[in-house]
Write a protein that binds this ligand. Structure first.
Ligand code: SF4
Ligand code: SF4
Length: 504
C-alpha cells in the first residue's frame, strides 16, 4: 500500500540509461589495473595446477564432498571455522578502516559490481562506439545497425556472465573435467543450476541494472555516511573555486563566455545570459577578476560518471568514489591551462578552511587508529594461527562421573576421553604415552593407537591407575600424542588427576 510521498513518486523509478564517456587519467589507469589483476586471479586460479596425492591437481579447490578447502599447500577443515570467522571480521574492519580514511574507495575500485559493470561498459563502448554514437543508437529506431550492435553487445555480456558462473563452479570441482562434463551433459545438476543462476544474475547486475545495484540493492552505500568524518577523504568539487562569486562560465568559441548565474543559495540555475567577455578571454586571472569560477561548465565530469550524478551538487550517497570525474576535470583544466584539482579527493574540513592545504590522508584519529590496531591484531593472530597449526587437533576431557574410582587394592583410577582430528592430507596413525606418571599407569584398553582419515576425528578412551602413594603426589600429568613416524609433531596436553580429598 502506498501512502503520502510514495503515492506521488511510486516505489520504483524506471532506470534512465547512462551513456558514459571514456576518459583517460590516473584514476582510470588505476581502475583498469585493478580490473585486469582481479580478472586474472578470478578466471585463472581454478586452472592453476598443484600436485596432490589424494585430490585433483588444482591449486585452489573447495572440496565439499571431502569437507575441506584445498588452498595451495594448506588444507582447511570445518574445524578451522575460526579462520573463516576471523577473515570475515578482518574484511569488515578493513572496510570500516578504509572508508574512514578514503571514503568509498572499495566501491569505486574493488567491488565485484564495479569491476563487472566497468568491463560490460568497455564491451558496450567497443561495439557501439563513444558516448555520442551510443546516444544516437539508443534514440534511433530499430534497424539493422541497431539490431546488430545492441544484439552483439548483449550476446557478449551473456558470454562473459556465463564464463563468470562456470568459473565460480570450477572452484568446487576439477576445472578441466568440469568443462568437458559440462559440454557433454555429464556434469552434476548443481553445476548447471549454479552456472545458470550466476549467468543470469551477472548479466542483470552488470549489464542491465548497473548503478541501480549500488543505489537500491547494496546496503553499504546507505550506511557509509555513519563512517564518514570531516577528515575523511572523498571526491569533492571545490565549489568556492569552481563557482567564484558569479558562478560557472562556459567558453564558446566566437560567442564569448556564457555565464550560468546562480542564486545566492546556489541551489538551482536561475538565469542565463551572455557575458560581455570575448572568446579570447579565457585566462584564469581574467575570469576570477570578473567573479567567475574555474568551472567552465563543460559537463564532462557528469558524462564520465558511471552512476550519472553531478558531483558539483555536493557529496551524494550515490557516488562510488571512482575518481573518473577527477580525471575528466583535470583533462579540462589542463586544456585551459588552469591548475588541476577543481574536483579532487579532499576532506570536508580542508575544503572549509580559509586556505585549503594540499589534501592528504589523515589517519591520526582515534577511530582510525582503533580500527588499525584491531586490524593488525586480528591479522597477526590469523597469521600466527595458520603458521603454527599442527597436523592434528586434540582435546582431552576427564570423565567426571565418577571423578575417580578407588579400586579394591586401594589404587585410584581416573578416566579420560581423547578426541583427535586429523588435519593432514593423508591417513595418520597416533600413539599415546604419558609423562609424570609411571609408564604402565596409562591404559588404553584394546587401542594402543588409532588411525584417522584426513579431516576426520577419532575418539579414544583412556584410564590412568596410580597407587595411593603416587596418587597423593600427582596433581597433573602430561598426555603425549605422537603421529607415528613424526616425533617432531608430537603434542602434549596437561591433564588433571583426581584423588579422594582433593577439591574437584
Ligand atoms: S561523482 Fe561519479 S565519477 Fe565522480 S567519483 Fe562519484 S561516482 Fe565517480
Ligand atoms: S569537468 Fe570540471 S570544468 Fe567541466 S563541468 Fe565538471 S567541474 Fe566544471
Amino acid at each position: 500500500m502506498q501512502t503520502g510521498l510514495e503515492d506521488q513518486l511510486g516505489l520504483y523509478q524506471k532506470r534512465i540509461p547512462i551513456f558514459t564517456r571514456s576518459v583517460k587519467g590516473r584514476f582510470r589507469r588505476f581502475k583498469t589495473s585493478v580490473l585486469v589483476l582481479a580478472y586474472a586471479i578470478y578466471f585463472l586460479l581454478p586452472w592453476l595446477p598443484w600436485s596432490r596425492l589424494d585430490a585433483p591437481a588444482q591449486a585452489v579447490l573447495f572440496d565439499l564432498p571431502g569437507r575441506r578447502f584445498l588452498i595451495f599447500g594448506l588444507t582447511v577443515y570445518p574445524q578451522d571455522v575460526i579462520w573463516l570467522a576471523l577473515l570475515l571480521f578482518i574484511a569488515a574492519i578493513f572496510l570500516f578502516f578504509v572508508t574512514g580514511l578514503v571514503g568509498r574507495a572499495f566501491c569505486g575500485y574493488f567491488c565485484f559490481q564495479t569491476l563487472w559493470t566497468d568491463f560490460f561498459i568497455w564491451i558496450e563502448h567497443k561495439i557501439q562506439g563513444e558516448r555520442p554514437a551510443r546516444v544516437r543508437l539508443y534514440r534511433q529506431p530499430w534497424d539493422r545497425e541497431k539490431l546488430v550492435k545492441v544484439g552483439g553487445t548483449h550476446a557478449l555480456w551473456i558470454l562473459v556472465s556465463f564464463w563468470t558462473g562456470l568459473t565460480f563452479v570450477a572452484y568446487f570441482t576439477y576445472a578441466p573435467q568440469l568443462v568437458v562434463d559440462f559440454v557433454t551433459g555429464q556434469a552434476a545438476a548443481a553445476a548447471y543450476i549454479t552456472t545458470g543462476i550466476l549467468t543470469l544474475s551477472t548479466y542483470a547486475a552488470a549489464g542491465l541494472m548497473r548503478e541501480q545495484i549500488c543505489t537500491y540493492v547494496c546496503p553499504y552505500g546507505r550506511f557509509q555516511s555513519v563512517m564518514y568524518e570531516p577528515e575523511t577523504l572523498a571526491v569533492h568539487y571545490d565549489a568556492r573555486r569552481g563557482e567564484g562569486t558569479l558562478g560557472r562560465a562556459v567558453v564558446r568559441a566566437g560567442r564569448g563566455i556564457v555565464v550560468e548565474r546562480r542564486r545566492a543559495e546556489g541551489a538551482v540555475a536561475e538565469e542565463r545570459r551572455r557575458s560581455s567577455l570575448s572568446a579570447g578571454q579565457r585566462a584564469l586571472a581574467e575570469r576570477n577578476e570578473k567573479g567567475f569560477g574555474d568551472c567552465v561548465d563543460c559537463g564532462l565530469c557528469v558524462q564520465v560518471c558511471p552512476v550519472g550524478i553531478d558531483i558539483r551538487d555536493g557529496l551524494q550517497y550515490k557516488c562510488i568514489s571512482c575518481g573518473l570525474c577527477i580525471d575528466a576535470c583535470n583533462t579540462i583544466m589542463d586544456s585551459f591551462g588552469f591548475p588541476r584539482g577543481l574536483i579532487r579527493y579532499d576532506s570536508e574540513k580542508n575544503l572549509a578552511a580559509a586556505t585549503p592545504a594540499p589534501p592528504r590522508v589523515q589517519w591520526k584519529r582515534l577511530k582510525t587508529i582503533g580500527y588499525g590496531v584491531a586490524l593488525a591484531l586480528m591479522i597477526g593472530y590469523l597469521g600466527y594461527s595458520v603458521a603454527t597449526r599442527g597436523s592434528f587437533d586434540r582435546a582431552v576431557n576427564q570423565i567426571r562421573q565418577p571423578l575417580y574410582v578407588v579400586l579394591s587394592n586401594g589404587d585410584i583410577r581416573n578416566r579420560y576421553q581423547i578426541r583427535i582430528t586429523n588435519k593432514a592430507a593423508e591417513d595418520q596413525t597416533y600413539v599415546f604415552s604419558a609423562r609424570g606418571i609411571p609408564a604402565d599407569a596409562l591404559d588404553l584398553g584394546n587401542f594402543n593407537e588409532i588411525t584417522i582419515k584426513p579431516g576426520h576425528s577419532g575418539l579414544v578412551q583412556a584410564s590412568v591407575r596410580l597407587s595411593p602413594a603416587v596418587a597423593a603426589n600427582t596433581q597433573h600429568f602430561e598426555l603425549v600424542i605422537t603421529p607415528r613416524g613424526k616425533p617432531a609433531e608430537a603434542r602434549s596436553e596437561k591433564v588433571r588427576f583426581d584423588t579422594p580429598g582433593k577439591r574437584p
